[in-house]
Design a protein around this ligand. Structure first.
Ligand code: MSP
Length: 477
């Protein structure tokens, strides 16, 4: 990293390996990949982290149900995540697994530091534990005696635990969030966190005596560290905490932590407090996106409507899935997705829109210019409104802006009628086609963080490729 080169550290949650990837977990990871690619395009030194969360009672139970040893079970499912991301064109700098020895060593070091900080103590806790959430749940949150999200009855636990003095961080957190040193977006999520903090923070148990599938506390081997505390620390262990200080210093704190709105309390309350206790900086920004429903219904295993991203990639290609998810629902809001909706966008925006513009332009270049566009003008562009929107995580708006240009260019061709104009003014047709080629290249540049494969095809065809061999970008389905 040169002196003035900016660094950009972006993370996704690490996903539970009790189940394979779905369209919701793909969403966060695609968004992070887009930001990583965009910041790289701007010359920043980027570190993009994703991975899998493999310890705890929930995973141990899933392994047992599958009749497998925990390690064997997590190896299999973690590989499915890694493969699914690969299929979606997602290229993280690191895919962390919490069963990695490096992570385990970093967590041990972190726990020792936490103990030295004087912010933890031993005590007894009695409460209702929801294994689905891997968290204690209040009686008042139950609906008909069950967790409303997981539809399961929580366990009543009475345990000896080690506690973290979260209650001491109330005013610190309020201050950091209000003055935006710790920026929580969108605004509604920030307000949600602030009102939660205002109700008063209680100390939290950070260890579990009866969960064997986890990392033992270095000073009390009868307890394993609470899986959320362990998991949150992945953001530090992945960049070398306790092992590669130089790299850790280079990238910490995280610039953007992406996640779904369901897990903001862990990331916006517990996480910054733990970091502060051990004297580390807190992340700069958390952005929480909304939740998908599928054709109007909550996505759930019992309804059988969970969408496997691999199925959509097989039918429509990675770029189309990336485009669809980011275009269909404004980032930060809840929204509905379905294969029908994907098909509409594929045939409309992609095949008839961008695909048509590309085919018409390359066909005409072949027909009227014999495929020759050697020295056409390539305009260097500042950060356009579209790229700026992507930069600010307003993906849908950025894509709308790009597609306005696509529509404009298609209309320009309709109006100019090059096939007639060629008979009277071939010079004008040449000018038009060179401009269209330049516009397509500009579109490819802006689009490449979202649709890297498509952008490459456009670029390699127009820049020195053989236009006569240009293939359609999208075939209507
Ligand atoms: N393991 C924890 C995170 C630990 S991070 C230190 C976890 N894992 S998870 O597998 O349950 O993944 C949760 C994430 O998946 C959510 O934050 C969200 O990003 C995404 N989604 C899960 N279901 C979703 C939808 N239906 N819609 C959109 N995103 C959803 O929590």
């Amino acid at each position: 990293m040169t002196k003035d080169q900016k660094k950009f550290y972006i993370t996704t949650p690490i996903y539970y390996v009790n189940d394979k990837p779905h369209i919701g977990t793909a969403y966060t990871t695609i968004a992070a990949d887009v930001l990583a690619r965009l910041h790289r395009q701007l010359g920043e030194e980027v570190f993009f982290l994703t991975g899998t969360d493999e310890h705890g009672a929930k995973i141990a139970a899933a392994a047992e149900t599958a009749g497998k040893k925990p390690q064997e079970f997590v190896d299999e499912i973690s590989a499915k995540f890694s493969l699914a991301w690969d299929q979606l064109g997602i290229a993280p700098d690191k895919f962390i697994r919490t069963t990695d020895q490096e992570h385990i060593s970093a967590v041990e070091k972190f726990l020792n530091q936490l103990k030295d900080s004087g912010k933890i103590y031993e005590g007894e806790y009695q409460g209702l534990y929801c294994v689905g959430h891997e968290a204690f749940i209040k009686e008042s949150e139950l609906v008909n005696g069950v967790c409303p999200d997981h539809k399961t009855k929580p366990q009543l636990l009475k345990e000896q635990n080690w506690f973290f003095k979260l209650s001491e961080y109330q005013s610190f957190l309020q201050e950091q969030i209000t003055n935006r040193d710790f920026d929580i977006q969108p605004e509604a999520r920030k307000n949600e966190v602030l009102s939660f903090i205002k109700q008063g923070l209680e100390d939290i148990a950070i260890s579990r005596p009866n969960v064997k599938w986890g990392i033992p506390l270095p000073w009390d081997k009868n307890q394993t560290v609470y899986v959320w505390v362990e998991a949150l620390f992945n953001y530090c262990s992945a960049i070398g905490y306790g092992q590669d200080d130089e790299n850790f210093k280079k990238f910490w704190p995280a610039d953007v932590q992406l996640m779904g709105k369901d897990i903001i309390k862990f990331h916006c309350v517990i996480w910054p407090a733990l970091l502060t206790a051990i004297g580390e900086k807190i992340p700069k920004k958390v952005f929480a996106h909304g939740f998908f429903t599928v054709a109007g219904e909550k996505m759930s295993k019992s309804l059988g409507n969970v969408i496997d991203p691999n199925d959509w990639v097989a039918g429509y290609g990675a770029d189309a899935v990336r485009y669809f998810l980011l275009r269909e629902v404004p980032f930060g809001q809840d929204g509905d997705v379905s294969e029908d909706k994907l098909k509409v966008r594929f045939n409309g925006d992609l095949a008839n829109g961008l695909g048509n513009l590309f085919s018409r332009t390359t066909n005409m270049i072949e027909k009227y210019l014999d495929g020759q566009i050697d020295n056409f003008y390539k305009s260097p562009k500042d950060l356009s409104e579209a790229s700026e929107a992507l930069y600010n995580l307003d993906f849908a708006h950025g894509l709308v802006k790009i597609w306005e240009e696509v529509a404009w260019a298609n209309q320009l061709i309709d109006k100019a009628k090059p096939w007639e104009l060629y008979k009277t003014d071939p010079g004008k047709v040449k000018e038009l086609l060179l401009n269209l080629a330049a516009l397509l290249l500009d579109i490819a540049l802006k689009l490449s963080p979202v649709m890297p494969e498509t952008a490459n095809k456009i670029r390699s065809t127009l820049e020195g490729g053989d236009i006569k061999k240009a293939k359609p970008l999208f075939l209507k389905i």
